[in-house]
Design a protein around this ligand. Sequence first.
Ligand SMILES: Nc1ncnc2c1ncn2[C@@H]1O[C@H](COP(=O)(O)OP(=O)(O)OP(=O)(O)O)[C@@H](O)[C@H]1O
Ligand SMILES: [Mg+2]
Length: 318
Amino acid sequence: MTEKYWEVPDNQLALQIEKLSKIYNNKVNNIALDDISLNVSVGSIFGLLGPNGAGKSTLINIISGAVIKTSGKVFIWGLDIDKYRKQSKLAVGVVPQELNIDAFFTPKETLNLHSGMFNVPKNNWRTDELLKLMDLTDKAEIYSRKLSGGMRRRLLVAKAMVHSPPIIILDEPTAGVDVELRQKLWTYFKKLNELGVTIILTTHYLEEAEFLCDHIAIINKGKIIANETKKSLLSKSSQKVIFITLTNDKITEKDKNCLKNIGNVKILKNKVEIYFDPRHTSMNKVIETIYKTDLKILDLSTKNVRLEEVFVNLIKNN
Ligand SMILES: Nc1ncnc2c1ncn2[C@@H]1O[C@H](COP(=O)(O)OP(=O)(O)OP(=O)(O)O)[C@@H](O)[C@H]1O
Ligand SMILES: [Mg+2]
C-alpha cells in the first residue's frame, strides 16, 4: 500500500535519531530529552515506554514537527528534518494523545478534507478504503460528534493515513479505552503493519507493548535506559502472576503462609495475587499448594508480567 509511494531507504531505517536533546524555554531544569539516540527499522512496531513526563510526547512532537528540537539530528525515512522539513513531515502520520476530531463533519468529509489539505490528487483519495480498513463504513455519513470514543480513535488513525505515510505514530492509542475495544484496536494496528506501515507507539499499558511491539525503548527522565528487541528485553525476567477470586473475603493466616510457598502474595478483600517465577516453581507445585488450602475459589487465571517486572526494575535503578 505504501511502497508504491515511498521507496525504502538504503539503510532500512524508518527513523534515525542522533544525540537529540530538547530543553524547553532554554532552562536547564527543563531538559525533556537528554542526548538520545535510537533507530527504528522499516516495517517494525516500535514501542516507546516510560513514566509520565519521561519525554515520549516531546520526542513524537519533534518528529511530527510540532516541537522544535534544541540539538541533535532526526532523519525520517532517510530525510534530514532540518533539510527536508516538508517532505519529512509527509512521511509520518501522527495520531495524537488527545482525541481532537472535527465534530461537525462526517468521517467521510473529514477524510476527504484532509486528503485535500495534503494535496493528495482526488483520484488517489483513499477515504472509502480507509473507512473500510477501520470498520467505519457504516458510520461514514454521520456527524463525528456522534461517534463513540473508540470510533473516534479509529477515525484519527484513518485521518493520519490519508497521505499514505510509510510511518504512523500513535501516542497512547488506547488510553482510557475498554479492554474489548483495546484488543480490536490492536488488530487494526497489526493489520496496518502487515500492509507495510512502520508503527511507533507510546503506551502505559505494558501488556499492549508486549503484545504488539517487536522492539522496545524505555525513556526515563529524558534518557534512553533500554533499547532492544522485545525478545531480548523479556528474557531478563520470567515472572508470572496468578489471580484468584474467592467466594468471600476470608483468608486465614495459615492459608496465607501456605501461598507464600509459591511466591509473593498480595491480598485485597476477596482478590489474591501471587507473583512467582515459573523457572523455580512449577505449575504442578502451584496447583498442589493451592489445593492444600481451604480457599473457596470463584475464579483463577494466570498472566505473564515479564515486561512489567523488567520495566519497574529499570525505572527503579535509573
Ligand atoms: N510545552 C512545554 N513547555 C515546557 N515544558 C514542557 C512542555 N511540554 C512538556 N514539557 C516537559 O517536558 C517533560 C517531558 O514531557 P512529555 O510530555 O514529553 O512526557 P511524556 O513522556 O509524554 O509523559 P506522559 O506519559 O505523561 O504523556 C516534562 O517534564 C514536561 O513537564
Ligand atoms: Mg505524553
